[in-house]
Ligand binder design. Sequence first.
Ligand SMILES: [Fe+2]
Length: 256
Amino acid sequence: MKLWLEKSFSTQSDLSPYQIWMWPERQDNFGFLVSQGNQALIIDPSTSYVTKILNHLGVDKVTLALTHHHFDHIGGLESLEKYNPKIYCSSHDRSRILRANHSYESIFLWQSLSFSVQKLKGHTQGHISLYNSEFDFIFSGDVLFSLGCGRLFEGTAEDLHKSLKYFLGLPEKTQIFASHEYSLKNYEFLADVLNLPNHQLKSELLKRIETEGKTIPTTVGFEKSHNPFLKCVLNSPNQSQAIQSLSEMRQKRDLY
Ligand SMILES: [Fe+2]
């Protein structure tokens, strides 16, 4: 199944007066942008393609919000220099994202949108996610994906447990703008390795890919029902068992 082979972008949510846009980047990354008039908040510019979108939208004032330091999330920074943007990242990541010029505080404000800045360790130590409670959406970066979660490059299963507990505390309708399209691969893991085939789930995913070219944004409610990592947390009788089963599940997924 081909995902968004054409470079295209579309409005995902009309949060009047704001709009969220998303588009495909690299192999399976997403780019995200919130616009209002001639201003935009860009989340994790992966490549210079974002500048084409800014031109198309007539944006000339840009702010950047980064989730973490991995190259597929910051590769477009150089192309945005001409906008002289404020570039936010976690204080932990300032030493490894040299173009960043601001550190997040606990609340990040852009225009009248307020985001709660959540430090969610596991994938990396400096990773943050941005949650807006007014419209109920989150830019989750590489912490949580549809039917999966990010690899533990710099963290432990304990870190992952804490991070996933945060998502479980959000309203079910919360839209999760995850940074990668991994749903089908994650479904195959669910069916082949965990031996939990679910034909209805598979056809739902395929239908979204056929009609939208992607399965993001997902929702907290959908992930609670289907994401095997969230289920480790939900179904374990206590925290230490949850951490143990998360650790085992992550190892299996890494090997898949
Ligand atoms: Fe990453």
